[in-house]
Design a protein around this ligand. Sequence first.
Ligand code: ADP
Ligand code: MG
Length: 559
Amino acid sequence: MNFNELGLKQEILTAIAGMGFEKPSEIQAEVIPYLLNETGDVVGLAQTGTGKTAAFGLPILQTIDPKAKTTQALILSPTRELCVQIAGEVSKYAKNLPMHIVAVYGGEDIRKQLKELDNTPQILVATPGRLIDLMERKKVHLESISYLVLDEADEMLNMGFLDDINTILERTPDSRRTLLFSATMPNEIAKIAMNYMKNAVEISVGKKNEAAKNVEHYYVLTKQSTRYDVLKRLLDYYPDIYGIVFCRTRQETKDVAEKLMVDGYNADALHGDLSQAQRDSVMNKFRLRALQILVATDVAARGLDVNDLTHVIHYNLPDDRETYTHRSGRTGRVNKSGISIALVTPREKGAIKPIERVINHPFTQMDIPSGGMVCQKQLYYMVEKMQNLEPDKKLERYMPDVVELLKNMDRDDIIRRFIALQFNQLLEYYHNSVDLNASVQQEIKSSKQGRVSKGRGSRGSDDHDEPKKSRRQMRVVDKGDTLRLKINRGRKDGFEPKRLLGLINDVTGDKSIKIGDIDISPKFTFFDVDKKRVKQLIQAFSSNHRAKGYIIGEVKGNR
Ligand code: ADP
Ligand code: MG
């Protein structure tokens, strides 16, 4: 079907052709002929981005009288942004017609809107609350309304506009045509349709949403202060990830990418501050899968034609729901489902519901993988990789010698040791890892009890996987007050000052114990502790299961 088969005025056809509209969308192809040729009301069910504005806008422009200075069409919409958008869109269709279109909405000085209303608009776009206000001031007149449109009706109900909508419906003439558009059909909408609509037909079109692809939508709850740790945990949990981590700003993109690179991930950043050549290079690496993880802003990722990602991670959710759809639409392949994971703080959780409505799909809460789960996943991944590996032929010449060297070790032991070679560091790291789920639950609990102070930022948190060196690695000033201790881990075990500090944090659960003068030898690490705290430390190490395998003791004699 073509637009010029619909019997629309030339002025309208020229305008939409100028906007690049070639063919009516599905909902337009159904709704426009019905509105032009029949008399009943319409309940239209369609997702965002399916072209609903023109579906009701074009028939309205076709049939109302531009010469009559009365308000003939009223379009109700839930938010200021949508009002502005609809009025802008309809104005473009009406470019060649003498039509006055006004948008009124809350949150803006009413005087400006009152002034605009002095010249009576033929089409009025409004949020329900502001419209009632203006009705009470007798600034809008609804007695000549022939079209009443409830756009994004489900959203309006969710925002608590039901009473206002009922009030407005009652003040408009019975002769009006009512058009209701919604992404979903909750009971309240069916009720409105029953009470206020005549001979309504239901027209619903299939999802045109990208999110309708094969995507599983998850969110994880995190504290603001552990957002980055949660990201790392997720990346560790998906060793074969090929995905984008979406950030909200350039700065955040740079920060996250930089930290990931420092932490040894195969990641890079894509954002607007890069030169075109740099951007091309990053995109090429990513396309070729030489890069596993791309950290990007929405704008920068637009130029990237990669849509078969295994994962999309929302380091922060976008402000608008359309962007979520675009982001998550980049995952989900033909036969495999893609995974979209949003990191949200308890306070940001409210952003999930509106997105669910747009994608017409529920989110599932995902627990943050525990250290143990990550280790298991990585191990299986390595085993699988090992099984699929084609060993280099050049290895053959060394084989007899190596086999000879290992001849007294049994198979299990050899496997264990080779795995240990690869995994000791990871196991060690996760052995002492905090339960990130528990820490966010703790925060929810204490904020319910009103104990969490407002505006807790990301800085200065005590809950990182890896404690910041600067927090505690003090220089002990008075040597007389300290005792020198040692622990049975050293450079050969990959032990580092921050490991020691993390370990002490975890085992004692006490961050006030000051440690100084850390000295790492191949097999041992030496450090100073406040004399008064030594007993506490040694006791914690002998009783806490987290300290299993660690032996801590006093260094006898002088250093
Ligand atoms: P919805 O209200 O269903 O979310 P919109 O009416 O806002 O969708 O339309 C989404 C976008 O698609 C707008 O930018 C609009 O200009 C464009 N659009 C609408 N209909 C067509 C069409 N038939 N051809 C091309 N673009 C269209
Ligand atoms: Mg719309």
